[in-house]
Design a protein. Structure first.
Lengths: 84, 572
């Protein structure tokens, strides 16, 4: 029973991690590097969009991702009684 | 009278003495207040640091002389390509928060080799961990000491070696006395100093150039001169006129940008002096949260740096390009004496030709100047210029202290306590920790005064090594229960060796050397950490398939670190 609970908790954790890591990859390696040239066709103020993702946007998203993870995990810990 | 003395007559140098004096007194005061009394306080600050304090300390620990002094300058000269550092050195924190910090905190030991040694139930693994930690940290700390010397010599006009020695004494004082506890609280103060020092000139210059007080928005705004031109468009134009690549385009290949960014991210997540900071908080949830706070605080500087890069580059081109050498402002002459700006009038016309073509270019400007001279170039008040000096010192000293702690813990805890003399008393271990910190400071100082030519090259090596060794071993240790010692050790050894091989081949010309044309898959030595990391993963998994499973107790340990509750306190 306890083993099972730990397994379920771990599975949900891994799911969160995979989703967040996917976004992590898309904003940095995707928007900032691979699709940079395509995104540079668009402009946001004085910024070409690909350039902006590489030197600004990806970093903002990184910060948000960690806080989202903190929030999700605090909720998950509560749900499984692992909070303290 | 008094007023005019304070505002005009006091001068950059006196301002620097005042600000550096105040901040150093503060650091020493904190060190005396937070002396370490036990090994636990010395290694992990007693384990009761709040997430906010740990976040600030981590940010100061992380942001080194390279982040503060060099990074904006490097971006300035490489344009878009500079994004590898911005994304690489921040994206690693996402890996830390999601994949490493919570589990290592739950594991609850003092050092990274501790984890490697226990998880892979082998002192051989521990020893590999110690060697990696020492190489990575020494490489890094030499660069910090050099940064301290540079700032002292330029701003206080003392000899660069005297500067290094002053820096050594300060670090020695609070790292040896306070251990992790002293370091943590001085780093909190140093974060405040360095972020204030970085932001004030950036905000001033942003207002000057674009009228927008927020630098992150300013460098995407129109120029303040009412022309309606966007700053970045103007810089793209200036760059192409002089024969450089467009600033927002860069010149590295896509695969290399990809590889370098990933190597820096993974290397960041594998650096022992960063990881060990997460051992100092109370609970697993605090470890997650302080990773978030740390990145937020780091991102304030990291999102400002590319703005500073654009301001400084535009200002510099406009100040020097095709202007007579005789009319150059005072800062130009001052930096010439340090050898960081050199001008050779190749065509004898008395004008400065600053162009991409190497045969015609007459001006060489070192990366490091862009941040340090930026306030002078923009003609900001003296106290702002002095503030930059105090900030640069805070950045260099905080990182140096964190690294010295990793070095001393590796020796006194991992080598002496865990391998040579397990019966050593807590008191004697503390003495050993302090002694190894003293030795480490002296070695670091020696490298600061006599920098080996390869220091700059080896900073990339530090990240590559961390990426190629620690990162896969820790990740597999947490996420792959069946990973055994045979797999992990062979992975780490092959990872490090392949990284060393590639670096020495292409940086120092060993093993037949080679040029850019010979790079494997077009990947530079800086980006090779990515390849070495993949190699480590593959070797670990293949070897594991042919060797015995880890013992039941180790598999239970892995299940235990996955559950956040009852983290308890960090122990031996």
């Amino acid at each position: 029973m306890i083993k099972n609970k730990a397994k379920l908790y771990w599975k949900e954790n891994i799911r969160y991690v995979l989703i967040l890591m996917f976004i992590w990859f898309i904003v940095s390696f995707g928007a900032g590097i691979i699709f940079k040239d395509a995104l540079n066709e668009f402009k946001m103020g004085g910024f070409k969009l690909g350039f902006w993702f590489a030197q600004q946007g990806s970093m903002y998203v990184f910060v948000i991702l960690i806080f989202v993870y903190v929030h999700l995990m605090n909720k998950l810990d509560k749900k499984y009684g692992y909070d303290e | 009278m008094m007023n005019s003395f304070l505002v005009a007559g006091i001068g950059v140098q006196n301002w620097t003495y005042i600000l550096v004096g105040i901040t150093f007194t503060l650091y020493i005061g904190i060190a005396i207040w937070s002396r370490a009394g036990s090994t636990k306080e010395f290694y992990v600050a007693g384990g009761g640091v709040s997430p906010l304090a740990n976040g600030m300390a981590t940010a100061a620990d992380w942001m080194s002389a390279a982040s503060f002094i060099s990074m904006a300058g490097i971006i300035s000269f490489s344009g878009y390509d500079g994004a590898v550092y911005l994304m690489g050195w921040t994206g690693g924190y996402v890996l830390l928060a999601l994949l490493l910090a919570p589990y290592l905190r739950k594991f609850g030991k003092f050092t990274v080799p501790d984890f490697i040694g226990d998880r892979y139930y082998s002192n051989a693994a521990r020893l590999v961990g110690v060697i990696c930690a020492l190489i990575v940290s020494f490489t890094y700390v030499a660069g910090q000491m050099r940064g301290v010397g540079l700032v002292f010599s330029r701003f206080l006009e003392v000899d660069i070696n005297t500067g290094v020695i002053i820096g050594m004494i300060i670090v020695l004082f609070y790292a040896v006395l306070g251990g992790m506890k002293g370091i943590t609280y001085t780093q909190v103060a140093q974060y405040c100093v360095l972020i204030f020092a970085f932001m004030v000139p950036a905000i001033f210059i942003s207002i000057q150039m674009t009228g927008n007080p927020i630098p992150q928005l300013g460098f995407g705004s129109q120029l303040a001169d009412g022309s309606g031109t966007y700053l970045l468009d103007k810089l793209d134009g200036l760059s192409t006129d002089l024969g450089f690549a467009e600033y927002t385009e860069g010149s590295k290949s896509l695969i290399d940008i990809f590889a370098i960014t990933l190597a820096l991210m993974v290397g960041t997540a594998g650096l022992p002096h960063v990881i060990v900071r997460f051992f100092t908080v109370k609970r697993v949830k605090d470890a997650r949260k302080s990773a978030g706070i740390a990145l937020l605080l780091i991102a304030i500087l990291y999102t400002t740096a590319p703005a500073v890069a654009v301001f400084a580059r535009t200002n510099m081109i406009e100040t020097v390009s095709n202007k007579p050498y005789s009319t150059m402002p005072e800062w130009f002459k001052k930096w010439e004496t340090t050898g960081l700006i050199t001008f050779t009038d190749k065509n004898n016309d008395g004008l400065i030709q600053y162009v991409a073509n190497k045969d015609k270019n007459e001006l060489v400007v070192d990366n490091d100047i862009m941040v340090l001279a930026n306030p002078e170039i923009a003609k900001l008040p003296d106290w702002v210029i002095a503030l930059v000096a105090a900030g640069a010192l805070a950045a260099a000293l905080s990182t140096a202290a964190g690294l010295l702690l990793v070095i001393s813990a590796s020796v006194s805890h991992d080598l002496i306590k865990k391998m040579i003399n397990p019966k050593i008393s807590d008191k004697n271990e503390l003495v050993a920790a302090r002694l190894s910190a003293v030795v480490a400071v002296c070695v670091a100082g020696y490298f600061g005064i006599n920098p080996p030519g390869f220091v700059a090259a080896t900073v990339a090596l530090a990240f590559g090594l961390a990426a190629a060794s620690f990162f896969p071993a820790i990740i597999l240790g947490i996420f792959y229960k069946k990973m055994n010692k045979e797999g992990a050790i062979s992975g780490m050894v092959i990872g490090i060796l392949s990284m060393l091989f590639y670096m020495t081949k292409f940086k120092f010309g060993w093993f037949g050397g080679g040029t850019q044309a010979d790079w494997w898959f077009g990947i530079s030595p800086e980006g090779f950490g990515t390849v070495a990391m993949v190699l480590n993963f593959v070797v670990s998994i293949v070897i594991m398939k042919f060797t015995p499973e880890p013992p039941k107790s180790v598999q239970d340990l892995v299940e235990n670190i996955r559950i956040p509750s009852n983290a308890g306190e960090a122990t031996h």
